[in-house]
Design a protein around this ligand. Structure first.
Ligand SMILES: [Zn+2]
Length: 459
């Protein structure tokens, strides 16, 4: 007997109202909330429940569970392994999102070639590009042999999964979820219902066959495609690949990870031959640590399990007409305003008649309070037109009373600074008290408040 087409209904995402037909407005008054969903047959439900009755799950004692139990696959890309928590977990479902053209497909293709070489066939289902386009890209970016890489240009997910069941791949890639559709639903690919149904089907396949799956999703600013947000609860890991098209730096972050931490970041350099890992992130941001123009100072932040150093630049210029401008790139504007207020009230440096610009070099976002002191000192240095040695580094959070507050993981940042050849570090007194006995190679200067830090630099 031929398989019957699954029955579908349209369900309002706001009130739960069901209707056999789509309508623009629900009876509750909400617009565009009707999403198509397949109806699960009640008889199927009871049948699967009685089939499961034979094997009742047994809870385990907490101490029996060991961390690192999942067997992991090496993706061949150290930075990707790091963000995933030590490699790709068998049977895991990972969503990787980012703007179109940022390099998601390149990253995955490079990993796919590596995984294929070690673990057997890898299936790359493409709904975006033709097979030829992928071939051209793989010639350009893959350094490994691509003998185990299978490409399928298909947008029907049912057919793609049928092909996967035949090939039995060690790793499956769906590029992208917004181009896939299931014939059970009548809506267009990329609609909320389709994206959700396809993701659920992929999860069933991956968990059932113990195959790790990468789902690529594009984030568009216009929002005409269903964003990857709607399936985030379903997947094991959510990775986000960010960067600017006109810059080479790409950052990979985990927003959700059932098998590891979400604080890790991976850094890559995008060039003509693909993505190159940047294991030494600090060194790539600091060009010459002994040349120090006015208005620039180095600071450190701690992301994930590693510290990295970056340069803060600031410029002030007398305001013409109207209100002074405060522009911050890489630092929150609210934070900049707070620092300016503290400089004014607690350190006696008023910039109310100056425009202030602050930039974190390299396009990195430094949304971490440990950079406060460096932002303040860069502004003062730029304003006074006085420079100091580049081999000075400053870390510290500034409080509203002008005090310098302790920074987490200061020891790691200090270690990184020593490794890169910095000779002097300005840091909060409380951090200094803990580190003074340990650190010998580098001069540490412990400070209690912003005023004393400014006084130290104004020479
Ligand atoms: Zn409704």
């Amino acid at each position: 007997m031929a398989k019957n087409k699954a029955r579908t209904v349209f369900v309002c995402q706001q009130c739960g109202y069901e209707s056999p037909k789509w309508s623009g407005q629900c009876i509750c008054g909400a617009w565009n909330t009707m999403v198509e969903e397949t109806v699960v047959d009640v008889h199927d439900e009871t049948r699967s429940r009685s089939a499961m009755a034979g094997k009742t799950p047994v809870p385990r004692q907490l101490h029996e569970i060991r961390s690192g139990e999942h067997s992991r696959i090496n993706t061949g890309i150290g930075e990707l392994n790091r963000v995933l928590g030590g490699g790709l977990v068998q049977g895991s479902l990972t969503l990787i999102s980012g703007e179109p053209g940022i390099g998601k497909s390149t990253l995955i293709l490079q990993a796919a070639a590596c995984i294929g070489k070690q673990n057997g066939p890898v299936l790359y289902v493409t709904g975006e590009e033709s097979e030829e386009q992928i071939r051209i890209r793989s010639d350009r970016v893959c350094r490994e042999s691509t003998a185990e890489l299978y490409i399928l240009a298909e947008t029907n997910l049912d057919l793609a999964l049928a092909a996967a069941e035949k090939l039995k791949p060690a790793f499956l890639i769906i590029d992208s979820i917004q181009t896939m559709y299931s014939a059970d639903l009548t809506q267009a690919p990329g609609s909320v219902g389709q994206v959700r149904a396809c993701a659920a089907r992929l999860m069933n396949y991956g968990k059932g066959c113990n195959v790790p799956i990468f789902i690529v999703a594009h984030v568009t600013k216009s929002g005409d495609l269903a964003g990857p947000k709607i399936i985030e609860h379903l997947v094991d890991c959510v990775l986000q690949f960010t960067g600017e098209r006109d810059r080479e730096l790409r950052i990979l972050r985990a927003h959700k990870n059932r098998f590891g931490t979400t604080s890790e970041i991976g850094a890559f350099d995008m060039n003509a031959s693909g993505l190159v890992e940047i294991p030494n992130l600090s060194a790539s941001f600091l060009e010459d640590i002994h040349e120090q123009p006015a208005g620039s100072i180095t600071t450190g932040i701690f992301e994930g399990t590693r510290p990295f150093l970056l340069e803060i630049q600031a410029l002030t210029s007398p305001v013409g007409i109207g209100f002074p401008r405060r522009t911050a790139i890489g630092v929150e504007t609210a934070r900049l305003n707070m620092i300016l207020a503290v400089l004014d009230r607690k350190a006696g440096i008023s910039l109310s008649d100056h425009d202030v610009y602050v930039n974190v070099v390299g396009g990195i976002k430094a949304d971490c309070p440990s950079v406060d002191l460096a932002v303040a000192l860069a502004i003062v240095s730029g304003h006074k037109g006085k420079s100091y040695e580049r081999s000075t580094l400053a870390i510290g959070e500034i409080g509203l009373t002008g005090e310098l507050r302790m920074v987490m993981n200061a020891d790691k940042i200090v270690g990184e600074a020593a490794r890169l050849g910095f000779s002097r570090i300005l840091l909060p007194q409380k951090n200094y008290a803990r580190l003074a006995d340990i650190v010998k190679k580098i001069e540490l200067i412990g400070l209690t408040d912003l005023r004393s830090a400014v006084a130290l630099l104004r020479r």
